[in-house]
Design a protein around this ligand. Structure first.
Ligand code: ADP
Length: 188
């Protein structure tokens, strides 16, 4: 008899990808912006997204009146290949005792919930909080992978979640987190 599946694979397994690259170039339905609470632009990935999307993005962001840490808001993508930008505000790392882990997890949960609400099928995330906000990279990538896995286990509409890494160090951290948390290497 054929060997039947002894273990059910995680529904997240084939829907997560890890790549090294620039999130502004991703041809996905939505990219996530690691914004600051003003939503009026900044450095890092936020600056890159605003530059690539053009000034209309800032105009729309002004109307949103900011965003609290852990929450997420959606705009159009304008000149980006992505139709949507989901802006979320990660926590500033302050040593780990200011609810940083939970706030970072909320960024992923709220971004994914907004994506679901808008019928988004493909979404790309940067490593929220790991730049200017100084969240430790291994800890941040473990939280990101855990939250995405948990979401994909319940959601069926999202086809692909891509972790876009801006360095090979980040890429290695994500690949390790995916191996440890999901049990497979999702590198492409
Ligand atoms: P935060 O303030 O949330 O830390 P940053 O933009 O400073 O946001 O950094 C978040 C992550 O985004 C960092 O890992 C940084 O290397 C990465 N990053 C910066 N520019 C890009 C880009 N164009 N595409 C993907 N990731 C980027």
């Amino acid at each position: 008899m054929e060997n039947s599946q002894s273990q059910t694979p995680s529904p997240a397994l084939n829907r997560i990808a890890v790549i090294e690259g620039d999130i502004t170039r991703q041809r996905v339905d939505a990219i996530v912006n690691a914004a600051n609470s003003s939503l009026l632009g900044g450095g890092g990935v936020d600056g890159a997204i605003h530059r690539a999307a053009g000034p209309q993005l800032l105009e729309e962001c002004r109307q949103l009146k900011g965003c609290r840490t852990g929450e997420a808001k959606i705009t159009q993508g304008y000149k980006l290949p992505a139709k949507w930008v989901i802006h979320t505000v990660g926590p500033v790392w302050q040593g780990g005792f200011r609810n940083e882990d939970e706030l970072l997890a909320q960024c992923y949960r709220n971004s994914l919930a907004l994506a679901e609400l808008h019928g988004i099928q493909t979404i790309a995330f940067p490593a929220i909080s790991t730049g200017a906000f100084m969240f430790p990279i291994q800890r941040a990538t473990a939280i990101a992978v855990t939250e995405v896995k948990q979401f994909l286990e319940k959601n069926t509409s999202l086809e692909k979640v891509i972790f876009v890494c801006f360095s090979s160090e980040l890429l290695n951290c994500y690949l390790q987190a995916v191996r440890e948390i999901i049990g497979a290497n999702s590198g492409e």
